[in-house]
Design a protein around this ligand. Sequence first.
Ligand SMILES: Cc1cc2nc3c(=O)[nH]c(=O)nc-3n(C[C@H](O)[C@H](O)[C@H](O)COP(=O)(O)OP(=O)(O)OC[C@H]3O[C@@H](n4cnc5c(N)ncnc54)[C@H](O)[C@@H]3O)c2cc1C
Length: 355
Amino acid sequence: MTETRIEIAGAGPAGLAAAITLAKAGREVVVHEAYKEVGYRFGSLYQDFQGLENWTTEQNVIELFEEQGLTTDFATLACYKGTAFDYKQRRYEISSDQPLFYMLERGPGPNTLDTALLKQAQSLGVEVKFNSRLREITGEGIMAGGPKAADAISAGYHFATDMEDGYWVICDDDLAPKGYSYLLIMNGVGTVKSCMFDDFKQEKQYVARTVTAFEQLVDLKMINPKFHGGIGNFYVPETAYNGQYPVVGEQAGFQDTLWGFGMRLVISSGLLAAQSLLTGENYDQLWRKQLKPQMDASVVNRCIFSLLGNKGYGWFLRKKIQGDARDSLRKEYQHSLLKKALHPWAKRRYQSRRV
Ligand SMILES: Cc1cc2nc3c(=O)[nH]c(=O)nc-3n(C[C@H](O)[C@H](O)[C@H](O)COP(=O)(O)OP(=O)(O)OC[C@H]3O[C@@H](n4cnc5c(N)ncnc54)[C@H](O)[C@@H]3O)c2cc1C
């Protein structure tokens, strides 16, 4: 059989990870990107900081990327220590022996994850067509178009600052309903956001309160702040095929339903979809085995977290993030017997806004 060209709709991390794997195996790949550059939804001039979580696996995520054949040529800040606050502004120090997460930049800039993946794909011969919204795939292909509905929104500012590198979190429903507010600083640039899972209409009010809280708590200083926001879609699909085509990343709903640390899941789904095209294995079987247990646990975690409320967040920060935070969170993300028992309840309770 002659091998046909593979078309991928979407140059996010999921689509590019798939393209890289396919190109490495010698396949001809064309990636279509609806916008004029990669990572456009994270801001063209002003980009965004995100956390690449390092707690769901024992193995370090950067080592894992290298093993998976993905570039690590993007700027990161390894985050070992940070501070959380509850609604009464009580402090909780967070620490871990290994980085809890790596702060990195998203968007089209020179040191971002998106640009690094783009460069790697292009160096392997992948053709990336910008300003090209793929409406229909005719031959072999993968759909990687990003979120389709807002189950959470994250809004705030990206800015210059003279503050030191670090990360800070506040769990307070008056600042970020059923979510959390965060402040990330790396190399004189910062992102402050309210990541809310409810009451999106009051977005501006929550962002303003978040900024005020960080000004009071850690003397937040923003120079030239630019507003930025985006949506997250959290959904455990029955199938991640659309007809014959594998759907990867957030388009399929792959995300961390608890807190939105979805980057690793979307990249993994891209790698698995590529594997399925190369080997003929069934993509649904691959992701159900490798990704679903963590996603199911994360739905249970979301339902529990949503019930905690302001008083409960303090308990959570005291009890669940104590000791080595990386170890504690890894346990929370395991599909343990307890999580399995709670899953039917959580599945009934959690409703994605995707129809
Ligand atoms: C504000 C914010 C903060 C976040 N913080 C974190 C974090 O700290 N940690 C974390 O792990 N995750 C975080 N996330 C989630 C993370 O950004 C996403 O999970 C991830 O980017 C999804 O990758 P993706 O490849 O599935 O989709 P995307 O990154 O959305 O890429 C999809 C691409 O497809 C393009 N496209 C869509 N339709 C078509 C089409 N028909 N043809 C061609 N192109 C198309 C889009 O333009 C887009 O560029 C955050 C998200 C937001 C919004």
